[in-house]
Design a binder for this molecule. Sequence first.
Ligand code: CP3
Length: 382
Amino acid sequence: MPAPGQDGGEEPRFLRACRGLPVDRVPVWFMRQAGRALPEYRAARGTGSILQAIADPALVAELTLQPVRRYGVDAAILFSDIVVPVAAVGFGVDVEPGRGPVVAEPFRSARDLDRLRPLEPEVDTPAVVEATRLAVDLLRPLGVPLIGFAGAPFTVASYLVEGGPSRTYARTKALMHGDPALWAALTDRLADLAVASLLSQVAAGAAAVQLFDSWAGALSPQQYERFARPASAKVLAAVAGAGVPRIHFGVGTGELLPQMAAAGADVVGVDWRVPLDEARRRVGSGRALQGNLDPALCLAPWPAVEEAALDVLARGGGTGHIFNLGHGVLPETDPDVLERLVALVHDTPAGTLSRPPAAGPGGGSGRDPEAGPSAWSAEGRR
Ligand code: CP3
């Protein structure tokens, strides 16, 4: 088997795909590829909050490498969490196993802005910086790039305002509409924290960054435009000069894809609700797509997984596409299915996918000679 992530000894195919350059195979990795689906994770992780585990650079590097070894994916993602920067500046956040981030004293008023001082990564999150360096060193001989990440201001703010996971985001929406100036100040501070964290990860060797706006799909296009896009665009613009591809991801964001693209990323993540050929139309040319197999399908019998994965590949069109799930790996997923998925993607030459199927149900095989050209720019397709 060729070294994962390598493209004939050139730049890793994951990075090429982020820039819309031709690849031999569509690169593949999985959001939440580290974690409870892996027995070796459960063995190494120990008990306690994930924030304690993140304080141990050797453990973090090991957990980051585990899915690379097991699945042969084309990229690693740093083992960390979106609340690490706010926890590091002392806002008072923990992560409850099985529940997610919880905040004992939620964000309520302008006074709470003082709890969000600027992040100095070398001082506040030295373990993250050290873990990034360690993981990059271990990944280098494998030719696998490391993705650094941060939470987007809206998604992180939702935890700080709600005090924990939410279904309705009622308090968050009440704040953004009720006190737009305070909301802007909050998300602006969170943008600065994300920028500092991302730049420190890139300085330590991360080859790409992903901005997770996981819960942005709770917003209408008007709400997104006014209350989420400005701070996310600030983050993406501030890391543009770092010279690494920027991925921008959210769940349930089909109606927001044009705006998420306009926020400035190089790659737009798509969940499973919008087929990639349709997503390509919404995002426009010149940006790559990442996604979008339904994570729940990984629990179905293999023939169903295979059929759906081949459809994702066909609709992705082979160029400017990074294969992934539409959201994170579910903990009950059989790791063998993910291993087979990687093999399937790697067994499919990208050149055979260059004509996406026509849109609509039952839209064809991806090799349909009647289908129109990919929406990817002509330059990227040479
Ligand atoms: O391979 C990887 O992607 C692992 C690294 C990673 C984690 N969290 C580790 C983690 C990443 C990229 C994240 C990002 C993250 N954290 C997001 C954005 C991605 C997404 O899924 O939308 C969000 C929304 C969070 C907040 C958060 N942290 C949630 C919702 C949870 C799940 C709670 C649970 O236990 O079900 C966490 C905890 C968490 N973060 C776990 C892991 C492996 C599981 C708990 C643990 O092992 O302690």
